[in-house]
Design a protein around this ligand. Structure first.
Ligand code: C5P
Length: 233
């Protein structure tokens, strides 16, 4: 399993992104996550530029639409040659299978396809009162993960606290990509259910996603190296 630390490039412009990445020595190319903020600012060009600079890329656009639309959008994204993309499992099985089809390139290769189960910002009250889902949160997350696994997806985005349960339910090869990571003794910010890189390493997390603890650190390169050291043990 390719365990790795993924840096969330949550920057509003290409310039700020490059200023951050230029702090790393030429030979050190972290796996990076491009989310909605940077993608909407920089478009496909920013993805191509990161790829040309030698980074692996998780394109975090969380697709959720009718199956045909998602299939066609995934087909376009597959041409960007990213390493990982995602969608909302709430789009249901037909959409997830269509996404896989669209993502698969003519030569049979494709980026990893990861499902978002329930957003970590959705709490139990919103689940029950707004989404009208009576099933408890943990069971909902696990059931969505199982649907994704049955459809042939590669894994889920989940809280590090859920990673071991996801593995238990969906199999050890089913990937867990986990945000909500904070250094021991660090500032949690708006993340509520957090874990340190070190504990995540022993808790069934295949990839940890870290943004602010690295991007806002006084020495981001050292913070990244610390995360890798602690996560990989
Ligand atoms: O700065 P921080 O480490 O909290 O960044 C976490 C990253 O992971 C952000 O880009 C955020 O959008 C993303 N994410 C998350 N929780 C989810 C899904 C994605 O924090 N459930």
């Amino acid at each position: 399993m390719a365990n790795d630390v993924i840096i969330a490039l949550d920057f509003p412009t290409r310039e700020e992104t490059l200023t951050f990445l230029d702090r790393f020595p030429a030979g050190e190319k972290p796996f990076v996550k491009i989310g909605m903020e940077l993608y909407y600012a920089g478009g496909p060009d920013i993805v191509r530029e990161m790829k040309a600079r030698g980074h692996k890329i998780f394109l975090d656009l969380k697709l959720h639409d009718i199956p045909n639309t998602v299939k066609r959008a995934m087909s376009v994204l597959s041409r960007l040659d990213v390493d990982m993309v995602n969608l909302h499992a709430a789009g249901a099985s037909e959409m997830m299978r269509a996404a896989l089809e669209g993502l698969t390139r003519p030569d049979g290769t494709r980026p990893l396809l990861i499902a978002v189960t329930q957003l970590t910002s959705t709490d139990a009250a919103a689940l029950k009162n707004e989404l009208l889902i009576e099933t408890p949160m943990a069971e909902t997350v696990l059931s969505y993960a199982q649907n994704a696994a049955r459809c042939g997806l590669d894994g889920v985005v989940c809280s590090p606290l859920e990673a071991a349960l996801v593995k238990e339910r969906c199999g050890s090869g089913f990937l867990t990509v986990t945000p909500g990571i904070r250094f021991a003794g660090g500032d949690a910010g708006d993340q509520k259910r957090i874990m340190s890189p070190e504990r995540a390493g022993g808790s069934g997390c295949d990839y940890i996603v870290m943004g602010r603890p690295i991007t806002q650190a006084p020495d981001p390169v050292e913070a990244y190296r610390r995360a890798v050291r602690e996560f990989l043990g």
